[in-house]
Design a binder for this molecule. Sequence first.
Ligand code: PEP
Length: 302
Amino acid sequence: MRLIQYEDILSAARTGGKLFTDGKYMLTPLAKEALKRHNVEILSGGSSMRKIIIAGNWKMNMSNEDAVRLSRAVASGLGDLSSRGRIAVMCPPFTALSSVASSISGSKGLYLGAQNIFYEDKGAYTGEVSADMLISCGCSFCIIGHSERRKYFGETDETVNKRAKKALEKSLTPVICVGETLEERESSRAFNVVKKQITGALQGISKEDIAKVVIAYEPVWAIGTGKTASPEQAQSMHAYIREQIAGLSDGAVAQSVSILYGGSMNPANVKGLLECTDIDGGLIGGASLKAEDFLKLVHFDD
Ligand code: PEP
C-alpha cells in the first residue's frame, strides 16, 4: 500500500496533474485536500485515464517581445482546460522562458516546457542549461532528443537517457522524441529504429518513473515538411511504442503513458490523428507559432 503525501500531489500538479500509482494507495489528510485544490488525478492505468497533451515546440523562433505576445494570446484564448482532461504546453527558447512564465501564470492547464536540458547539475559546461535553472524559470516539461538535436548536435540514445534520468530526478516531465528517417521507413527499418530509441531512452529507469514520461513519435520525414503520417501509420507505430514500454515496465504503466504524434500536425489533420486509440496528443512545431492555429489544435474537437 502506497502512502501518498502532500509533496507527491504538489509535484504531480507541477508536471501536468497526473499521479501514477500501481495498486492500492492511501492519502494523508493534507494530500487529500491538495488533490482537489490542485486538480490532480490519480491514475492506476487504463487508456481512458490518459490526459491529452498539446505541446508547442517553438524551436529557435520568437524574440522576447514576440514570445510574450504569442503566449498572452494563447493564454487568453484557452479557457479553463482543467475540467477537459487535457493540457497545453508551450516550449519557447531558453531566452523567453521567464517572460512566457509570467504571461501565462494563472492559466489553468497551460504549462511551460524547455526544448532541452543538460544532465549535470552545475559547473563548467558552457552553453548548457540545468534542470534547476529550468525549474527556476517555471518549467514543468522538457523536450529531450528531438530529431534536430540528434541530427545537428550529436544527441544519442545514451545522452537522451541521461537527460531523461536527470529530468525525472528533478520532477520535470521529459517529452522524449523518437522517430525514423525517410530512408529508414523506406527500407522497412522504422519499427526497429524506434524500438532501439525507446529502449535506449528508458534504459535503467524504474517503472514508476517510466509512468511519468511522455513519448513523442515524430517521423523525421514529416517534421516541417508538410507531409503528415496517415492516422493508420501513426497509430500502428504508437501501438508498437506502447508495447515496447510495456516490455520495459508493465501493461498498466504502458497504458498510462501519453504518446504524442509530431510531424506537420495542423488544424486540418489533428482530429483524424487524435481519434486513434494510442495517439494522446501532439508535439507541434510550425503550427504552434500562431495563436489561432495552436488554439484550434488544443480545442480540436469543439
Ligand atoms: C517538431 O519540430 O517537433 C514538429 C513536429 O514540427 P512541425 O510541426 O513543424 O512538423
